[in-house]
Design a binder for this molecule. Structure first.
Ligand code: ZN
Length: 142
């Protein structure tokens, strides 16, 4: 894969030391979000305060480096955001993955920019967006 070395390093760092990764094996299997084309699977819990601001996003998953790194980056990024801010970021990220938005839009989101190159690999896009779709299903907008 033609990822830039620095970006590759960031992805591997999140893969090897995922942020906000917890044991959610007690959650029933219907809580698992799957990307069958690659075998990625993750469960996600979102905690919000009374105003709907996201206090934490935690996940438990198995899968390829891209899917797990994306989940790790997302859980870091969404903490402290309102639900609508989180949805805006999710739409921006999935839009970049689908080639509808400029990869440079991810630069303001720190480590997430490392995944911009995935947009060139159609088979890996579902890996990168799995956590984000899981978030949208776990924390629907009112
Ligand atoms: Zn994958």
């Amino acid at each position: 894969m033609a990822f830039d070395d620095l970006y590759q390093e960031i992805i591997l760092d999140h893969y090897k030391r995922p942020r906000n990764s917890v044991d959610l094996s007690a959650l029933p299997s219907e809580y698992a979000h799957e990307n069958p084309t690659c075998g990625d699977s993750l469960k996600l819990v979102v905690e919000s305060d009374d105003d709907g601001r996201i206090e934490s996003v935690k996940f438990d998953g198995t899968g390829c480096a891209i899917s797990m790194a994306s989940a790790s980056m997302m859980t870091d990024l969404l903490r402290g955001k309102t639900r609508s801010e989180a949805y805006d970021i999710a739409a921006q990220f999935t839009g970049v993955m689908r080639g509808e938005r400029q990869v440079s839009e991810l630069e303001e989101y720190g480590d997430l920019a490392a995944l911009g190159g995935v947009a060139q690999f159609p088979l890996r896009i579902k890996c990168a967006t799995l956590a984000w779709h899981a978030f949208e299903r776990s924390a629907p907008l009112d």
